[in-house]
Design a protein around this ligand. Structure first.
Ligand code: PMP
Length: 390
């Protein structure tokens, strides 16, 4: 396993503390890259909760989502306003234990008991592997996984999950099936300026976001849905009520604080204190993507997606995407790309899990600096290994 190390003081710390034989796990998108930013704001973001606080199940009985903390609602609105990535006026907000729980709540909310058959759930391949797991887990009578949206040709009701930017490949996407009566769920976990240029303030019917990918607070397990239709929001709330009777107040209040700090510091580019959270994230990811592209070029063994230059309304720059995952294709003759990386002690997620080809792997770009450096070193050394092995 990996030796546990004290986190580096800053993301620019490129010293390599890892033993040569360490296994580097880049399978999950664990957003530990952001620790360096939050470490600098140690006191500003410390959140204290007293023993007598937040005992009640309830937060705001007047809100359709009665367990949503008003402070969290406020900071979600101010963050979207400051970033300009999504509209919140006229939307109901539903909080969830991660956006993973919200996806389940959506599937419950948009289906009906009166259906004779479970509704089809599709997403365009390569799709986020968890959608299939979530849809299949309890063998619901309400919905069933129907796979790649490109292949969906049944004349039946469907829900399409549109992930934009997409996990695993970082591509900006729209709906694929485009049929009358289809229900769209937009998973916008990565529609933040560190990952991709913000080109408009989105106003889809159901939009999912998560603190996990926005600020890196995956451990708090807070996601939120912006929902246009009040009835859908109520049914989602009902799902949450029955599954967990709400969402941890400690988590909600902590994330409220974090989001507010991010919102208050928005657009303070180039401040000597490094105030702007998204500028920090973007600069770390830009550097990592440069290193990765450089190493890939040298090996001549892999391919990476190319992203268009676009004007970002948040930063004001013309910039390309720097996604949270690298979708690496292995050139001809290598059928199992995941195995190739595993042989070099790098754990990745193989293409098959995303409804795609085993000649691809997904690699997390948002982990700790020292692990990323070792990954790049091992990638760069692969050419040599393969060549010497014939
Ligand atoms: N949607 C997408 C596209 C994701 O990549 C993830 C996390 N990997 C999630 C949803 C779920 O995140 P969480 O449950 O931590 O909010």
């Amino acid at each position: 396993g990996i030796r546990r190390l004290p986190a580096a003081d800053n993301a620019g710390d490129t010293r390599n503390h890892l033993p040569v034989e360490a296994v580097i796990n880049l399978d999950q998108g664990d957003p530990t890259m952001y620790e360096a930013f939050w470490r600098k704001l140690e006191y500003e973001c410390t959140f204290v909760i007293k023993g007598y606080e937040s005992l009640s199940y309830f937060s705001n009985p007047k809100n359709p989502c009665w367990f949503l903390e008003p402070k969290l609602e406020e900071s979600i609105k101010s963050l979207h306003g400051a970033v300009g990535n999504a509209e919140t006026d006229g939307y109901s907000i539903v909080v969830g234990t991660g956006s993973s729980q919200l996806l389940q709540a959506v599937l419950y909310a948009v289906t009906s008991r009166d259906q004779t058959n479970p509704i089809n759930v599709v997403s365009a391949a390569p799709y986020y592997s968890t959608y299939m797991e979530i849809t299949e887990l309890v063998r619901s009578g309400l919905y069933k996984w129907a796979g790649d949206a490109h292949e969906f040709d049944r004349d039946e009701p469907y829900v399409e999950v549109v992930t934009s930017p997409n996990n695993p490949n970082g591509v900006i996407r729209g709906a694929v099936v485009n049929r009358e009566g289809g229900i769209l769920v937009h998973d916008l976990a990565y529609y933040w300026p560190q990952y991709t240029p913000i080109t408009s303030s989105l106003d889809f019917d159901i939009m999912l976001f998560t603190a996990s990918k926005c600020t890196g607070h995956a451990g708090s397990r807070i996601g939120w849905a912006l929902v246009k239709d009040k009835e859908v929001a109520k049914r989602m709330t009902k799902f949450m009520e029955v599954s967990t009777i709400g969402v941890s107040k400690e988590s909600q209040l902590r994330v409220a604080k974090i989001l507010q700090v991010v919102a208050d510091r928005c657009k303070r580019f180039g401040s000597p204190e490094g105030d702007d959270f998204f500028e920090f994230g973007k600069s770390v990811l830009t550097k990592r993507w440069e290193m990765l592209r450089e190493a890939v070029k040298k090996t001549n063994m892999f391919t990476l997606p190319k992203y268009p230059l676009q004007h970002c309304t948040y930063t004001g720059d013309v910039t390309q995407a720097h996604p949270a995952f690298a979708w690496i294709g292995c050139n001809d003759g290598m059928e199992d790309c995941e195995k190739l990386f595993r042989n070099h002690k790098v754990l990745t997620r193989g293409g098959r899990k995303f409804g795609s080809d085993p000649g691809f792997v997904r690699v997390s770009m948002v982990g700790r600096e020292e692990e990323f450096i070792v990954f790049i070193e091992r990638l760069a050394s692969m050419k040599q290994m393969v060549n010497t092995n014939g």
